[in-house]
Design a protein around this ligand. Structure first.
Ligand code: SAM
Length: 251
């Protein structure tokens, strides 16, 4: 049952989604006004009606719903790339993760959701405005107890020890290698997201000087399908390139 103050997802007949709080406020939409108090006491899957009689499906938001709705300033990591980090590092409940480059907190939220119960994400961000924005997004996703954002330059060091995963999405990941080597447990994973081949070349050059093994780089392409009664085919448009993901294990 939905309780007062709980965040809920409303989906209208055109598929437009609204992430709102069940409470006293009203939601203005092109399909009419909805009293959000009417969500209280309802079960997910039930419907609300606007004053124009239009139906909105009521759901509990998933982590992906939060990720689609967060406020973002720097470029965020897309779920297709975040999913590769999980698949290649096995990070999960109980893991300790250190992230370099919080940005808007998109990957942070993805990871924070996965490491509970028992795990933690510590994310380093050098810009105060981004750190504040990420903390707001993390709070909306209900992950403030799992995630800590540190307003710190990760090139200067990592405080945490016995870390399961150090994941980097920032301009000079090679500068974090000595700190990642020190912070990671033996067998722990390094993951680096880099947009250009030149970044990879610098990373591979410097990785030779540290205790890492099993290094590999992948790129993830996702093609969506348009499913229609008379014609089902791949979508004409797709995101062709976001970045390369490199993984290595601490010896
Ligand atoms: N992965 C993030 C997400 O999914 O929202 C986006 C990261 S964004 C592309 C890169 C971030 O790294 C920026 O917010 C930038 O301020 C931060 N950054 C750059 N250099 C840094 C450093 N030395 N230490 C900590 N953060 C840094």
């Amino acid at each position: 049952m939905i309780i007062e103050g709980e965040r809920v997802l409303l989906i209208d007949e055109r598929g437009r989604r609204y992430l709102v709080k069940a409470g006293k406020k009203q939601l203005q939409t092109n399909l009419g006004i909805i009293n959000l108090g009417e969500a209280i006491g309802k079960e997910p899957g039930e419907r609300l009606r606007s004053h124009l009689g239009k139906e909105f499906v009521l759901l509990r938001p998933s982590i992906v719903d939060y990720l689609q709705k967060i406020r973002r300033v720097p470029q965020i990591m897309l779920p297709k790339d975040a999913a590769q980090i999980i698949a290649h590092t096995g990070v999960g409940p109980g893991s300790l993760v250190v992230e370099g480059g919080t940005g808007s907190g998109s990957l942070t939220i993805f990871l924070g959701n996965l490491v509970r119960p028992g795990g933690r994400v510590v994310s380093y961000e050098v810009r105060e405005d981004f750190a504040k924005l990420a903390e707001e997004n993390i709070s909306i996703a209900g992950l403030s107890k799992i995630v800590t954002v540190k307003l710190r330059d990760i090139y200067g060091g990592i405080d945490e020890q016995s870390v399961d995963l150090v994941t980097l999405d920032l301009p000079q990941p090679e500068r974090v290698l000595p700190h990642a080597e020190h912070a990671l447990k033996h067998g722990g994973y390094l993951s680096v997201f880099a947009p250009c081949v030149e970044h990879l070349q610098r990373l591979y050059r410097d990785l030779q000087n540290f205790n890492f093994t099993n290094t590999k780089t992948i790129e993830c392409l996702v093609r969506e399908f348009e499913v229609n009664t008379n014609c089902t085919r791949p979508s004409t448009r797709m995101i062709a390139h976001t970045g390369y993901l490199t993984f290595a294990r601490r010896l």
